[in-house]
Design a protein around this ligand. Sequence first.
Ligand code: FAD
Length: 387
Amino acid sequence: MDTSEDILKDVENFCVKLRPIADVCYLEHKFNDQIIPIAKKFDILGLPVPKEFGGREADIFTYIKSFERIGIEGTGISTVLSVHSSLVQKTLMKFGTDKQKERYLEPSVKGDIIFAFGLTEPNAGSNPQELQMNFKKEQNSYILNGTKYLISNGTIADTILVFAKSTIDDKTSAFMINTNQDGFEKEELASKMGTPTTDTGMFELTDFKISTDNLVGEEGQGWQIAKHALIEGRLGVAAGCVGSIKDCLIESIEYSKERMQYGKAIAKHQLIQEHIAGIEVHLSSAEAMVNRAVTIKDKWDKNPEDKELMKKADLAIAEAKLFSANAAFDAADKAVQIFGGRGWSFWYRPGRHLVDTRVCKIYEGTEEILKLKIAAGVLGNQYQAYY
Ligand SMILES: Cc1cc2nc3c(=O)[nH]c(=O)nc-3n(C[C@H](O)[C@H](O)[C@H](O)COP(=O)(O)OP(=O)(O)OC[C@H]3O[C@@H](n4cnc5c(N)ncnc54)[C@H](O)[C@@H]3O)c2cc1C
């Protein structure tokens, strides 16, 4: 039986081994193709998955601590693993059939298949209910057509959880699709501002035929499945941001004590101390919000039918994600400032966090949509401003 310490030790070793490789990837602005092999080596590709499918069966507190640790290496790195585990493995654990769990979970834990989550489309971002990918049923098959855009792990994934609308009643359903099949065309997204170490891509399905066994949950349940997945995913993003803030603090303390200007360490200048204090307060606040969200989520996990707990967890996680993403971006900005001209370079870690955390304010719920969601949560659903 793995203890929490065993799991966190493997996560630590993964991070230590990955760092020199990630350094080069940031400098050369290239995808880090060693994330998966090293994660495989330290057996961290199935942290939340039950033992019966070969996973580590980490409790939610250990799972989230793992993402806080990985976030120190950069949210671009935590994204790869969060999509694989939080968005897809956890969705299969909750909504998958026994056959799907057997087919996908064990190979995904071993790293033989890597997952992606395909919700966003060129014309459906903040409002995924406007998606246009469609499916029609033909005897024992579904035929899918449409395009998904801005998908993390999009060109490296072997299997993708996609969402599509019925051509008959417009209701959304979720499907597992394998990418090594005819009718799948993919393209990597070039020229990204940040997260160079993550793969981001788009893909098109043309008359893509799958068995009815690939339907996840029930027909028409897709939107509910997507919402559950995003709750899990946002918690992972928030935890990654906590790690990123922690790294900004570590780096800023070390650098400001070493760098001398006006005859003393810059750490002795009061305006530098203001930046350090700001990063520290971001860290303790983001940590507290993530801990609160995890505690509520844990209660909901133990009472999955409790709708009130679901609402509370959804809201607490949205708040934690909104706050942590903004705090992480601001912490990185402050750290870049402490590093002065050197900060404006990928040779130093704060600049990497600055570009990586910027997108945390966009994916898995933009900050605007999360604010509206939080406001509706406290005002009441009749005040929901987005629909
Ligand atoms: C690096 C990266 C990785 C991603 N990974 C994935 C992934 O793995 N899977 C996936 O499915 N998607 C992924 N996404 C997509 C991401 O979730 C979307 O970009 C995001 O939901 C916003 O959609 P959009 O880009 O179409 O922006 P839009 O929806 O066009 O929004 C543009 C702006 O308008 C604002 N806006 C929109 N509607 C409202 C409103 N009602 N009120 C106020 N403001 C509003 C938005 O907040 C935003 O500021 C990724 C994106 C990026 C950049």
